[in-house]
Design a protein around this ligand. Structure first.
Ligand code: SAH
Ligand code: SF4
Length: 349
C-alpha cells in the first residue's frame, strides 16, 4: 500500500510503481505527462494506461487536491488562494501576472520557525512542513485558476524552504523535470532567510533553481534584531556562502531581497553599506517596502526614501528594483489572507 499520493512522486517512484503493478516502465512517462504536464485530475483522463495499471492505481494511490477555502482577486489581476490540506492546515499561494508571464508564489511550510520580527507568517510559529505532494498540489490548484500557463515559480510564500530541505528539493526536481511540469530551472527561485549549511547543501546537490537571499539589513546589529537567524549565521558568513554559490554555479545571478523598514534599515548609510557588502558579486537587489499589518511594530518608508535608497544602489551599478507586494488590497503579503480569514472565523463573521 502506497502512503504517498501520486502528486509527490518523482520519476523513480513512478517507475517503482509501474514495476509493482507489473506493467512496462514506459507507462511511468505517460503518468508523468498526464499528471504533471497536463495536470489531469482524474486518472481516467490519462489515455493509454493499461487496465492493469489503472486497477493498481485505483487500489493503492490517490491524487491529492487541496480545498480552496478563500480567494481574492486584485485590480492588477493578482489572485490569492487559501488552500486547506488534508489535515485542515491552511497555506497561501499567489498568482501574479506580469508582461508575458504568470508567476506563482509557493508556500513550503505551515507557518515558519525563523521568527523575523517584520513577518506575519512568523507570528504563529511553525505548525508543520509541507510535503512535496502538497507543493505540487499548490501548483495544480493555481494552474486550474488560469488559462495562461504558470511560467515561473517563486518559493517565497509561507515558510522557510531550507528548513524543509528534503521535500523542497523533491519539489524543485519535480517542477524542473522536462518530462513533467517542465519549468526551466531559471524560472524557479528559492528564497531563504540565510540557512548557511542548507545553502551549502543546495550547492553540493546542484538544486535546479535560482537562489534569493533575504538580507534585509546592512549590518549585523540590525539584522540580529529583525532576523534572529543572523545570530547563528551572520552577514559575512552568509555572503561568503552566496559567493561560493555564484562561483560554483557559474553565471547564476543571486537575488538579494531587502525589506525596507522606516527608520530601521532605510538610511543613506544603510544604502552605502549594502553597496559595499555586495561589491563585485553581480547580485540583483529587490527592494521590498514594508507591507504594514496591524500588530507589526514597523512602518513603511516614504516613496522618497525608497527612491533615494534605490538610486544609491543604481549609481554603484547594482540592478535594484522596487517590488511592491502585488495586490496589496487583497492582502497579498505573505501570511495576510490566512491571518484575516482566521480573525474573521474567530469573531464569527
Ligand atoms: N522564508 C523565506 C521565503 C518567504 S518570505 C525568506 O525569508 O526568504 C519572502 C520574502 O518576503 C522575504 O524576502 C521576506 O523578507 C519578505 N517579507 C516578509 N514579510 C514582509 C513584509 N511584511 N513586508 C515586505 N516583505 C516581507
Ligand atoms: Fe520565515 Fe521568511 Fe517570514 Fe522570516 S521572512 S519569518 S524566514 S517566512
Amino acid at each position: 500500500m502506497y502512503s504517498t499520493p501520486l502528486n509527490g512522486m518523482d520519476h523513480q517512484q513512478l517507475l517503482a510503481l509501474c514495476n509493482a503493478a507489473g506493467v512496462s516502465a514506459v507507462h511511468a512517462d505517460t503518468l508523468r505527462a498526464g499528471l504533471f504536464r497536463h495536470y489531469l485530475k482524474e486518472l481516467d483522463a490519462i489515455a493509454e494506461l493499461p487496465l492493469r495499471l489503472r486497477r493498481y492505481l485505483a487500489e493503492h494511490c490517490y491524487m491529492f487536491e487541496p480545498l480552496c477555502t478563500a480567494t481574492r482577486e486584485a485590480a492588477d489581476g493578482t489572485q490569492k488562494l487559501l488552500l486547506s490540506m488534508a489535515d485542515g492546515r491552511e497555506v497561501e499561494t499567489v498568482l501574479i501576472p506580469a508582461a508575458g508571464r504568470l508567476t506563482q508564489c509557493i508556500s513550503t511550510q505551515v507557518g515558519c520557525a525563523v521568527g523575523c520580527t517584520f513577518c506575519l507568517t512568523a507570528t504563529a510559529g511553525l505548525t508543520r512542513n509541507l510535503t512535496a505532494a502538497e507543493m505540487v498540489a499548490e501548483v495544480m490548484a493555481g494552474q486550474r485558476l488560469s488559462t495562461q500557463k504558470v511560467s515561473n515559480l517563486v518559493l517565497m510564500g509561507m515558510g522557510e524552504p531550507l528548513h524543509n530541505y528534503d521535500a523542497v528539493a523533491q519539489f524543485v526536481r519535480m517542477a524542473s523535470d522536462p518530462k513533467g511540469m517542465a519549468f526551466s530551472p531559471n524560472r524557479i527561485t528559492l528564497s531563504t532567510s540565510g540557512l548557511v549549511p542548507a545553502m551549502q547543501r543546495m550547492i553540493r546537490d546542484e538544486l535546479p533553481c535560482n537562489l534569493a537571499v533575504s538580507l534585509n539589513a546592512s549590518n549585523d546589529q540590525v539584522r540580529d534584531t529583525i532576523m534572529p537567524i543572523n545570530r547563528k549565521y551572520p552577514i559575512a558568513q552568509l555572503l561568503q556562502t552566496v559567493r561560493d554559490y555564484i562561483k560554483v554555479r557559474g553565471n547564476k545571478r543571486v537575488l538579494i531581497e531587502y525589506v525596507l523598514l522606516a527608520g530601521i534599515n532605510d538610511s543613506v548609510e544603510d544604502a552605502h553599506r549594502l553597496t559595499a557588502l555586495l561589491e563585485g558579486m553581480g547580485c540583483t537587489v529587490n527592494l521590498l517596502p514594508f507591507n504594514a499589518y496591524p500588530g507589526l511594530p514597523f512602518q513603511r518608508p516614504s516613496d522618497e526614501t525608497v527612491s533615494v535608497f534605490r538610486t544609491i544602489l543604481v549609481q554603484a551599478n547594482i540592478i535594484a528594483v522596487v517590488r511592491e507586494s502585488k495586490g496589496r488590497e487583497i492582502a497579498a503579503a505573505c501570511g495576510q489572507l490566512k491571518t484575516e480569514v482566521t480573525e474573521r472565523r474567530k469573531s464569527g463573521l
